[in-house]
Design a protein around this ligand. Structure first.
Ligand code: 6R9
Length: 658
């Protein structure tokens, strides 16, 4: 398969992946999605999306499906009016599902709460009344800085109900990060809590808000949920307890219908420059695609399934696949407050068993952590309720895919590897369970209604077997409507690279295999160029992880005087691996292994054995920092690391030669 220019060597080891898993006839017979959807959507995209929008309750029907005349600013379901919170809550109560549990909330210390749709309606109504009393109205911004508490969901839906925009800031972000986000959005109210449980201990949270709001002129109120009961400093000019303000409100609130393009939320995400981008999402199109994808990709049966997405509500996955998609579909879902190893490494499986979770959605990094802990842990639990497994956030290597299917999915549950971004708002590329013949490591196919292309630098399609840049060549309902307050940056970041073609540039590399299935190669800045050969970091990582001594691997391209870039790998060895394995022999064996898996060109120049990898709070490996180590530079900004001491450990380990 090797091409003379080396461009198409990229994923040869992954592309030689020839295991396929056809859907079982039983699953296919009951699946929500059908193969015909691809044809229907291709024949008339707008008619297809119109049908999907009919999943929702509209107070006024739209007059036009898509207005793309002001591209890249899209308008979907033009003239339609709806209330997003009504769609996620009230209509289920009105249709007789009020007694269905919406949220099985599981606290880290073991406390729990089951919230029905009827109760959710009361809680969201009270919260909306409280926010209105604090002066929040349509178009205002509310910052939400909360861990995984039911109040986070109530707050988001209360904003949606009032037509106010929420800006959820992940509870792990610093006060400085919170402040810059509050100021960028000019939020009027901040919702937080006293503290949160992390690894069995109460950790303060409000103190960060106290520090942030010393320089946030827009903030008029801070609403504080009591979770841990720890002492907090009190700013009487701003602060109010949730239980004082929300609890006394009426449980009734009449939702108002807003325009389909009414803004729903801002969510900040990092870009190539330091300043985070406030990604703006709106109402009708976003909710349509959230509901459609959640139903089709997870095969949700609202009456019988128990769904669990392990993401934090502070990330887009939490927005679309904890709040808006599942609740629009009337799902029963688990929300878990804590870490997967509290009180022990079986916590997730204990929760699956306790609630009979049937649809489970997590990230490859979590799956690899479970692999590191060992298959004997999930084996102690009854996981037979699981029937669909999802993956999101980064490419899933075939090794982790196989482990997930085997040890979590009982060797039968279909895996959906879902590619999407904060900017896309909802899943774009994924197998459909019951329809797609699955292939470990490949996200495979754009969903019905979604159109993508893999192009070269000139924007020309590369075709089957070719690698290049992933673009979205047609607008989609949940697409971002801009960057808050910065139209220029919106055009520049996503639309300027292929301006003449009108493509959205996703920033990811991708490749089609010979069957026409898509393989995501990671961010384009993660693709290395070694002696003119393009090699993806994912490809080498995948090869390393396929060796049975390796638990996790991160690979970076470090500048090299001879080859342009050299491959430097950081590996965590599996628990139980002999210490001697970190010695020269084991490293030599690993280099040989990669050479065997991919080819001599992909042999890492250097392999460093480490105890941990630097990860962001959303679990993404920060290769930039590893590149600093690999290039002997001073290590850059570590403020977005989940654990900022990891880089010190890595540097110290390298100095002592361990
Ligand atoms: C939902 C989310 C987006 C970036 C995206 C890509 C990577 C996400 C992936 C995947 C390969 C998948 N990514 N899902 N890569 N396969 N299934 O993660 O949003 O935090 O904005 O990140 O994540 O590189 O461009 P976000």
């Amino acid at each position: 398969m090797s091409q003379p220019d080396g461009q198409n060597n990229t994923l040869d080891n992954l592309l030689s992946e020839n295991r396929t898993f056809p859907p079982s006839p039983e699953f296919a017979a009951q699946a929500n999605a059908t193969a015909e959807w691809y044809e229907q959507a291709a024949a008339d995209r707008e008619a297809f999306w119109s049908e999907q929008a009919a999943r929702l309750h509209w107070d006024t029907k739209w007059s036009q499906v898509l207005d793309w005349s002001d591209a890249p600013f899209a308008k979907w379901f033009v003239g339609g009016k709806l209330n997003v919170a009504y769609n996620c809550v009230d209509r289920h109560v009105e249709s007789g599902a009020g007694d269905r549990v919406a949220i099985y909330w599981e606290g880290e210390p073991g406390d729990s709460r089951a919230i029905t749709y009827a109760e959710l309606q009361r809680e969201v109504s009270k919260t909306a009344n409280a926010l209105a009393e604090l002066g929040v109205g349509s178009g205002d911004r509310v910052a939400i800085y909360l861990p995984m508490l039911p109040e986070a969901v109530f707050s988001m839906l209360a904003c949606a109900r009032l037509g106010a925009l929420h800006s959820v800031v992940f509870g792990g972000f610093s006060s400085e990060a919170l402040r810059s986000r509050i100021n960028d959005a000019e939020a009027k109210v901040v919702i937080t809590c006293d503290g949160q449980y992390r690894r069995g201990k109460p950790m303060p949270l409000k103190a960060n808000v106290d520090e942030a709001v010393t320089a946030t002129p827009s903030v008029q109120h801070v609403l504080v949920v009591q979770r841990t009961g720890e002492d907090v400093a009190w700013n009487s000019g701003l602060d109010a307890w949730w239980h004082d303000v929300v609890d006394r409100q009426s449980t009734r609130h009449t939702p108002e219908a807003f325009d389909s393009e009414h803004p729903l939320y801002i969510l900040y995400t990092s870009g190539t420059t330091g300043k985070p981008k406030g990604i703006l999402h709106t109402s009708g199109g976003y909710l349509t695609q959230a509901a459609y994808t959640h139903s089709a990709v997870f095969d949700l049966k609202p009456e019988s399934d128990v769904y669990w997405c392990t993401a934090d509500i502070g990330w887009v996955t939490g927005h679309t696949y904890i709040v808006y998609g599942p609740l629009a579909n009337g799902a029963s879902q688990v929300i878990y407050e804590g870490t997967p190893n509290t009180p022990d490494e079986g916590r997730h499986w204990d929760i699956v068993q306790k609630y009979g979770v049937s649809l489970y959605y997590t990230a490859p990094t979590t799956i690899r952590t479970f692999m590191k802990w060992g298959a004997d842990i999930p084996a102690q639990y009854d996981l037979s309720s699981l029937r669909v497994l999802g993956s999101v956030g980064e490419p899933i290597n075939p090794e982790a895919w196989m482990w997930y299917r085997e040890h979590i999915g009982g060797g039968t549950a279909p895996i959906v590897d879902t590619w999407w971004q904060t900017e896309t708002g909802a899943i774009m590329i994924s197998p459909l369970p019951g329809v797609t013949e699955a292939k470990p490591g490949s996200a495979q196919t754009p969903l019905p209604g979604i159109s993508v292309a893999v192009v070269d630098e000139n924007g020309d399609e590369v075709g089957a077997g070719g690698g290049g840049l992933l673009v979205l060549d047609k607008p989609w309902p949940a697409m971002l409507r801009g960057i808050w307050g910065d139209d220029e940056r919106f055009r520049e970041t996503y639309w300027s690279k292929f301006a003449d073609k009108g493509f959205y540039f996703a920033g990811d590399g991708a490749k089609y295999d010979e069957d026409g299935d898509l393989w995501l190669l990671g961010r384009v800045d993660d693709v290395m160029n070694v002696s003119g050969h393009r090699i993806s970091t994912t490809e080498v990582e995948s090869a390393l992880v396929s060796h049975d001594t390796v638990a996790e691997a991160a690979v970076v391209g470090a500048s090299d005087a001879t080859t342009g870039q050299g491959i430097v790998a950081f590996v965590i060895l599996r628990g139980g691996t002999d210490d001697a394995a970190s010695g020269d022999t084991a490293i030599a064996a690993l280099r040989e292994h990669v050479a065997r898996e991919i080819g001599p060109i992909a042999k890492p120049r250097q392999i460093m054995v480490v105890g941990e990898l630097p990860k962001t709070r959303s679990g993404k490996i920060m290769r930039r920092l590893l590149r600093d180590v690999a290039e002997n530079r001073e290590i850059g900004d570590v403020s977005t690391l989940a654990d900022s001491s990891v880089m010190d450990q890595i540097s110290a380990g390298l100095k002592t030669g361990s």
